[in-house]
Design a protein. Structure first.
Length: 306
């Protein structure tokens, strides 16, 4: 079945723990294999008196301030999900149960690297169902002042990304990057890129109840034109790479891999969620798609309907 996209999960459970960048609370997560058609689901194991399952979907996004928070109808939330979801999308995981004993996903080193490594160490298990893609049929664009993001059609079965950022800090300046989200590319070229912020914003964020777990161990910190971290940057363009990493995680909330082109200027979680919602609200702009031609090559018709 070479070239045929089928659903995948991980081969065995994997565990990690760490602090939440905003809450400062330590949480433990267990990632478990899930059946075909399950999607990505969080389960709050510390909550037992109400529905504790939160689906990773764009319509469940409740907050996008410096991170993406999901909320179910029972009011149960899971915060800062974007780096873990980016790893799922980048590695090619369609189905996963993520058990978490607190309200915020651990920030780890500020990137997706640990999550990628854990999933790859568990192994990827191909499943007996075709992967569903979201095929973009019409341009969808959202704007917020000078910021904008757009999805447009492509004949490719993968997501192409073109992004640009501009900051007054000379440590960042203007950075842009174009790539295709091909198998293996995310783990190699994006997963290591860390989140970043400015030293002068820390007190304001902490007064807002944010960044309580932030440190030089889990973020690139800038003071004016200088990088404060003693080890420096992992690559000179780590900033745009992380913005693309975030976009990969945010677009995962569409509910399936996207076959199309994503373009953005000054992208962020709020803008990406606006784009996902705008796409989902326009049924003419997209459709579900599978490799139906593969049915005669070993994937059953019944499995394709799961």
């Amino acid at each position: 079945m070479s070239g045929i996209q089928v659903q995948q999960t991980i081969g065995c459970p994997v565990v990690c723990a760490g602090v939440g960048v905003h809450s400062g609370a330590r949480t433990r997560i267990v990632m478990k294999p899930a059946a075909a058609g399950t999607g990505i689901r969080f389960r709050r194991t510390d909550i037992t008196d109400r529905d504790n399952v939160v689906f990773a979907r764009g319509d469940h996004v409740s907050e996008v301030q410096l991170g993406t928070t999901l909320r179910n109808e029972a009011g149960v939330t899971v915060a800062t999900v974007e780096h873990l979801l980016a790893a799922c999308a980048g590695v090619g995981i369609d189905n996963l149960i993520i058990e978490i004993d607190g309200m915020e996903v651990p920030i780890m080193d500020g990137s997706s690297a640990v999550y990628c490594e854990l999933m790859l160490s568990a192994g990827l298990r191909r499943q007996g169902a075709l992967r569903r893609r979201i095929r973009i049929l019409e341009d969808v664009e959202v704007r917020d002042g000078v910021k904008w993001a757009k999805l447009s059609p492509s004949a490719d079965n993968y997501l192409s990304i073109h992004a640009k950022i501009e900051f007054s800090s000379r440590a960042i300046g203007t950075q842009q990057m174009s790539l295709r989200l091909l198998p293996g590319m995310f783990a190699r070229d994006l997963a290591f890129a860390r989140t970043f912020g400015f030293a002068q914003d820390v007190e304001k964020l902490q007064a807002m109840g944010l960044a309580r777990g932030g440190s030089l161990e889990n973020a690139v910190v800038l003071d004016g034109d200088k990088v404060v971290n003693p080890e420096g940057l992992r690559t000179n363009d780590e900033f745009i790479r992380h913005k693309i990493l975030d976009a990969v995680g945010d677009l995962m909330l569409a509910g399936a891999p996207i076959a199309g082109v994503y373009e953005a200027r000054q992208p962020g979680h709020a803008l990406n969620n606006m784009l996902v919602r705008a796409m989902l609200e326009r049924p003419s702009a997209w459709c579900w798609e599978t490799d139906e031609a593969a049915l005669g090559q070993g994937v059953s018709a019944a499995a394709a309907q799961r």
